[in-house]
Ligand binder design. Structure first.
Ligand SMILES: *Cc1c(COP(=O)(O)O)cnc(C)c1O
Length: 359
């Protein structure tokens, strides 16, 4: 068996140890004689898996008791409508920072329900930077300010948490758990699992309890944060196997030293790759230095005619999924928690060799 170095933006690499444990427990979970996928979600084993996963996420991010931690289905995209449905029952004003493609998707969906105002946009820079605090203008009577701390496609990450006069809502799909986070600064955090946590289809939501009483009356029960929290995320049959996989990743993160240790490793990985790109005359990254993502590193070749060859040769040596998003082209290396430092080193070595041959 050979494991590739997988730089996919999502679904993304999972820790090998986690996959091995899931493999070992696949047919007979802890002496039950069956797989988790075959068990009642009302039974003790699945309930324990679910509660332990929530508690471990709570521990990892030091989430206080002021928040509910829930998981839901439909990925991060479903949250683009669930957030307005759950928060805009009394007043429908919602403000957004637009830093690229994921911000825009959130804005577009919220516009179906909300009176949307763009608090800041970096469109004039081609979405190659995060806005400064002073550029963000939030209406005092908005219900929340939504932003995307890490634009997965553009590779733009905020280096600070915006100050906001209204509750801050963040799409952390691609940077949750990548470094320490002050959750108390937020009203709501959500993250699709398939970048830094586990299998796709599931989304984690950390929501401040005082925001649970302002849903629109038409909010479907299965999309209600309040009902989901009240029913321990088991309003209907949950995606138990995915929750189990997320739980294994949370345990793995704890054994790695938690988000503080991950943050240091991620800083090192990103610094090495950006430094290499910056000193090269063959590769380039368009993002402003203070807005560069720790997780997603887009880069271009000076001669884009060589893109295909670069990707093919990378594949041939086990460096996979380096193509940029179909909307932007070029290359992108996603270097999430589960992508080891040696994968980044192998990528840099490959890039240096490629430059020598073609530069
Ligand atoms: C991947 C991603 C999404 C979409 O996630 P789905 O689970 O496919 O809905 C949303 N926002 C960000 C920032 C992402 O990276």
């Amino acid at each position: 068996m050979t494991r590739s170095f997988n730089f996919c933006a999502g679904p993304a690499a999972l820790p090998t140890e986690v996959l091995e444990q899931a493999q070992q427990e696949m047919l007979d979970y802890q002496g039950s004689g069956m797989s988790i996928m075959e068990m009642s979600h009302r039974g003790k084993m699945v309930v324990d898996i679910s509660e332990t996963a929530k508690q471990d996420l709570k521990d990892l991010l030091s989430v206080s008791d002021d928040y509910e931690i829930i998981y839901m289905q439909g990925g991060a995209t479903a949250q683009f409508s669930m957030i307005p449905l759950n928060l805009l029952g009394k007043n429908n004003k919602a403000d957004f920072v637009n830093t690229g493609i994921w911000s825009q998707k959130a804005i577009q969906e919220a516009s179906r329900y909300a009176d949307v105002s763009i608090a800041a946009t970096t469109e004039s820079s081609g979405f190659t930077r995060a806005p400064e605090q002073g550029e963000i203008n939030v209406r005092d009577d908005a219900v929340y300010l939504h932003y995307t701390p890490n634009e997965t496609i553009g590779g733009v990450e905020f280096s600070y948490i915006p100050e906001s006069p209204v509750p801050l809502v963040a799409d952390m799909s691609s940077n949750i758990l990548s470094r320490p986070l002050d959750v108390s600064r937020y009203g709501l955090i959500y993250a699709g699992a398939q970048k830094n946590i586990g299998p796709s289809g599931l989304v984690w939501v950390i929501v401040r309890k005082d925001l649970l009483d302002q849903a629109m009356e038409t909010t479907p029960s299965i999309m209600s944060y309040a009902l989901t929290a009240k029913n321990a995320s088991m309003l209907n049959t949950p995606p138990s196997f995915s929750v189990y996989m997320c739980g294994l990743v949370f345990k793995w993160l704890k054994t790695q030293g938690g988000v503080a240790a991950m943050g240091e490793i991620n800083e090192r990985k990103a610094a090495r790759l950006y430094n290499f790109i910056d000193q090269s005359e063959f590769f380039a990254n368009p993002v402003a230095k203070d807005s560069r993502s720790l997780m997603n590193v887009p880069f271009t070749l000076r001669n884009s005619d060589l893109d295909k060859q670069f990707l093919a040769e990378a594949e041939a040596v086990g460096l996979r999924n380096l193509a940029g998003h179909r909307s932007v082209g070029g290359m992108r290396a996603s270097i999430y928690n589960a992508v080891p430092e040696r994968a980044v080193d192998a990528l840099i070595q490959f890039m240096a060799d490629f430059e020598k041959q073609h530069g």
